[in-house]
Each structure stands twice: as structure tokens, then as C-alpha cells.
Design a protein around this ligand. Structure first.
Ligand code: ADP
Ligand code: MG
Length: 363
């Protein structure tokens, strides 16, 4: 086990800045998820920790030791990729033990570690099978097992579940979570899937364009996104963002088709910010139909309905407030017909306000 520290790490390929001045401290035993859209630099950052790429700038430390000049095999890391890349002509046991054989670990010790990994991953009954005799989920478990036998200080995962179907992904996610708890190992886990990030991570580091947007516990990112990008990335469906201006006088957020009073605690801020262009954020799950009892003060918002998606346990209403798109999650029985107007209440304590230009959280 070890902590991993990135200090002002950048990685450039010619003029492409794949990782841009990232500083991040991953604690010993922590599962840190690197999440963000495709191309935001997640894999590059992970490969830089692994030593498969060289940082253009900055220092990388593992367990207190600067590893910029240390070869990948001497960094005390093991990596699991999206493609499991098992050796097809080797059994599960041989696959598990292969890296140890290369490292000249004695046979008895290899066997012991292989057995332990197989047991941890419920592969014991499959040890004599070949990869082609395994399901996708079982193959991925072998790939994780190959990392475990090496007893690394840090596990690195790059989208390890992307090749699995949706149901298996949910199952493997839970297995990885249990494994992390059992091993207590430091893990860095890359995914583009915000649900995977939310459910697996002790903390999440969200990247966009190579730059770190926010680092925090999953609920911190959900409840207090640092900017409109994080607000839109975390949560499904994403947070609604309505253009507005801070109103003159009463402390309101005024947009096309609505005027929302700011919560009492924001009044001093609103007085300073009169005339400022903002994005008002409200999550679909926080909008309530009129008539439903709301937690605290609310303001009305009228939505023109386009379509309603019925999922059984809930309905997702898509529509507009004038020109701005709006999505609301409703109880399945609460959704009216498309084409009609839906009167909603906005709980004021659930509002977020971001700067319209910089997108940074304002309050
Ligand atoms: P992610 O894993 O988040 O999808 P990557 O780390 O793979 O993103 O890529 C980040 C950026 O760096 C992208 O713009 C990608 O095109 C670029 N990039 C990655 N690897 C290379 C490379 N070997 N040469 C040039 N550009 C690269
Ligand atoms: Mg990638």
C-alpha cells in the first residue's frame, strides 16, 4: 500500500496538451476514480503514473518516492486494462502465475498467491480452464487476479468494465468494491461513466480537457459542483441550467419565463451581484409538481412538455421553459400528457448558481 502524489503534472504530445497541470494526492488505501468525457486525459494520466508515459512536467511520487525516472516494473504498480489480454494458450492458473514466473518467484509461492487470488475472485473452480472457455466477466476477473498476485502497492484500472454488458458491469462493480474493501489497497480507477465513478469512488477527480475540475467525495460533487461542467456531468439526467440575470432589488434570479427569489442566506450576495449573468442550476429530481409537499420555500416554474419517458418507478418529463430545455423526474402517476403545461415548484434551497461566462460556482 502507498499514497500516490501528483504535483503539477502535465503531459504534451507535440502541441496537444493531454494532461494540464494536475496536482492530486491519493491517500493510502483510497479508491480514487478519474472520470471525465472521452479524450479528457484520464488514460494518459494513469499511464504516466504507471510509467508507460513520461510526464512533460511535474513530479509523481508513489509511497513517498519520486518515480519519474523509475521503470514501470519497479514502481510497485499493477494495471488492469479494458481489454483483458489473457494468454489464450495458458490456463487460468498459468495466466495468474505468469508474471510471478517471469519475476522468478519460487513455484510454491506462485501457487500460494495464485490460489489466494483465485479464491478472492471465486475462480478456484475455473483454474484449469482456458480463456476461451470463460465468460467475459470471468475473463475480466482473471485479469484482476493477475494484478492481485503481484501484490502491488497501487492498482491502476483503465475502464476495466467497458467491454461487459450492462448487467455484468453492475455485478463486477460491486465485486471490485468488495475487493477494494478486503485488500485495503490504494486504487486509481479510470472511467467515463459517472455512475461507476459515483458508486465506486471513495473520492472522484473530474477532468475536462486535461484539467482537473473538482476533487471530492461523490456526494460533494453531486451536492456542491464547483462549476457548471461538473454539475452537468454528475447525475442522470444532468442538472438543468437556466440562463438568468441577478435581479435588481428583491434578490431574484430572472430568466425568460421565470423569476426565482434567492434563499434568504444568499440575499447579501444577490445585492452585490445585481445585473450579473448566471446559470441557475436545479436537478431534475428536485423539481416537484404543484400540490406535492415541498421541503422549505419554493417558487413556481411552468414547463411546456415535449415528451415523457415512462420507466415504471418514475417518469422523466422533457420540455422547455420558453427557450431553455428543462427535465423533471416525476412519480410515474404524476406525468401529464405531452403538449400540455406542467406547473412545477422549485425548492429554493436546492438551487445552484454558476457564472454564465466562467461557469464557476458563485455561491
Ligand atoms: P481519455 O482516456 O480520457 O479518453 P486520453 O488520455 O486517451 O483520454 O487522451 C487525451 C488526449 O491526448 C486526447 O486528445 C488524445 O487524442 C491525446 N493523445 C493520447 N495519446 C496520444 C499519443 N500517443 N499521441 C498524441 N496524442 C495523444
Ligand atoms: Mg482512455
Amino acid at each position: 500500500m502507498a499514497e500516490v502524489t501528483l504535483d503539477h503534472v502535465s503531459k504534451r504530445y507535440g502541441t496537444v496538451v493531454a494532461v494540464d497541470d494536475v496536482s492530486l494526492a491519493i491517500r493510502e488505501g483510497e479508491l480514487m476514480v478519474l472520470v471525465g468525457p472521452s479524450g479528457c486525459g484520464k488514460s494518459t494520466l494513469l499511464r504516466t503514473v504507471a510509467g508507460l508515459e513520461t510526464a512533460s512536467e511535474g513530479t509523481i511520487s508513489i509511497g513517498g518516492r519520486v518515480v519519474n525516472e523509475v521503470a514501470p516494473k519497479d514502481r510497485g504498480i499493477a494495471m488492469v486494462f479494458q481489454s483483458y489480454a489473457l494468454y489464450p494458450h495458458m490456463t487460468v492458473r498459468q495466466n495468474l502465475e505468469y508474471a510471478l514466473k517471469i519475476a522468478k518467484v519460487p513455484a510454491a509461492e506462485r501457487r500460494r498467491r495464485g490460489d489466494a487470488a483465485a479464491e478472492a475472485l471465486e475462480l478456484t473452480a475455473l483454474l484449469d480452464r482456458y480463456p476461451k472457455q470463460l465468460s467475459g466477466g470471468q475473463r475480466q476477473r482473471v485479469a484482476v487476479g493477475r494484478a492481485i498476485v503481484r501484490q502491488p502497492a497501487v492498482f491502476l484500472f483503465d475502464e476495466p468494465l467497458s467491454n461487459l454488458d450492462a448487467k455484468l458491469r453492475v455485478q463486477m462493480r460491486a465485486e471490485l468494491s468488495r475487493l477494494h474493501r478486503r485488500l485495503g489497497a490504494t486504487m486509481i480507477y479510470v472511467t467515463h461513466d459517472q455512475v461507476e465513478a459515483m458508486t465506486l469512488g471513495d473520492r472522484i477527480a473530474l477532468l475536462k480537457g486535461g484539467r482537473l475540475q473538482q476533487v471530492g467525495a461523490p456526494l460533494e460533487l453531486y451536492e456542491r459542483p464547483a462549476n457548471a461542467f461538473v454539475a452537468g456531468f454528475i447525475g442522470t439526467p444532468p442538472m438543468n441550467l437556466l440562463p438568468a440575470v441577478v435581479g435588481n432589488g428583491q434578490g431574484t434570479l430572472d430568466g425568460a419565463g421565470f423569476s426565482l427569489p434567492v434563499p434568504a442566506a444568499w440575499q447579501p450576495w444577490a445585492r452585490e451581484a445585481v445585473g450579473r449573468r448566471v446559470l441557475v442550476g436545479v436537478r431534475p429530481e428536485h423539481l416537484l409538481p404543484v400540490g406535492r409537499e415541498a421541503p422549505g420555500a419554493t417558487a413556481p416554474l411552468r414547463m411546456e412538455l415535449d415528451i415523457v419517458e415512462t420507466l415504471g418507478h418514475q417518469s422523466i418529463a422533457h420540455g422547455r421553459v420558453r427557450e431553455a430545455p428543462l427535465v423533471a423526474i416525476l412519480e410515474p402517476t404524476a406525468a401529464p400528457a405531452p403538449g400540455s403545461a406542467l406547473d412545477l415548484q422549485v425548492p429554493l434551497d436546492a438551487l445552484h448558481v454558476f457564472d454564465a461566462e466562467s461557469s464557476a460556482r458563485l455561491i
